[in-house]
Design a protein around this ligand. Structure first.
Ligand SMILES: [Cu+2]
Length: 204
């Protein structure tokens, strides 16, 4: 009670709201700064992870979108740098999902390849692959080619869906995003509550 009177005397008409406002403003600035920092870090991590570090496919046999009239003995995809040999996967399937590649893929230097041999009906065939980048990250994608003259080969079984589910990107991007967004929301929310909510209660 007595402090309130003395404050009013020294600082004039109504000093408390102004002081409270400035504390709240400072809190908001800190929260905004922390959130911005986290977002910038997240973008940097994401950009660095996908743009510069992963091995990139630079060509294939047959080339992506190629039209060929004879079945290839093998298909291959070549990258911009040497690959690691761990966990390679490669399949060639027709539009109905039947497997036309045979055996296991081989990784040699910067190239992954697999045996194919005589194909069947004319149409689009899909090469799906997964390799391990030099930096240890997985890279998976698809390429297609069109057979213009039917061969007389016999397909293997239907390929399991996981082998041909290349989604055009690389593993790791989505989980990283989820992690960063989660961290921003949790940390920023907690900080905002501590600074703003706590202040509000205290000043009452
Ligand atoms: Cu990488």
């Amino acid at each position: 009670m007595s402090t309130r009177i003395s404050e009013s005397v020294t600082a004039g008409e109504n000093p408390e709201p102004a002081e409270r406002r400035s504390v709240r403003r400072r809190g908001r600035r800190i929260v905004a700064g922390v959130l911005t920092g986290l977002l910038v870090t997240g973008f940097a991590l994401l950009g660095g992870g996908t743009a510069s570090a992963h091995s990139q496919a630079i060509g294939s046999v047959p080339e992506n979108g190629a039209q060929i009239d004879a079945s290839p003995a093998r298909v291959s995809v070549t990258f911009n740098e040497e690959l690691q040999t761990s966990f390679p996967s490669m399949t060639v399937t027709d539009k109905d999902g039947y497997l036309w590649s045979k055996g296991e893929p081989k990784v040699e230097g910067s190239t992954i390849s697999i045996e194919v041999g005589e194909l069947g009906a004319a149409g689009v065939y899909t090469i799906a692959y997964r390799v391990t980048s030099a930096d240890g990250h997985a890279v998976k994608d698809k390429r297609t080619f069109t057979l213009t003259k039917a061969g007389n080969g016999t397909p293997g079984p239907k390929a399991d869906s996981s082998a041909k589910s290349g989604d055009g990107g690389s593993d790791g991007g989505v989980p990283l995003w989820v992690f960063i967004v989660g961290a921003v929301v949790l940390f920023g929310g907690g900080l905002a509550f501590a600074l703003l909510g706590g202040r509000g209660k205290q000043s009452r």
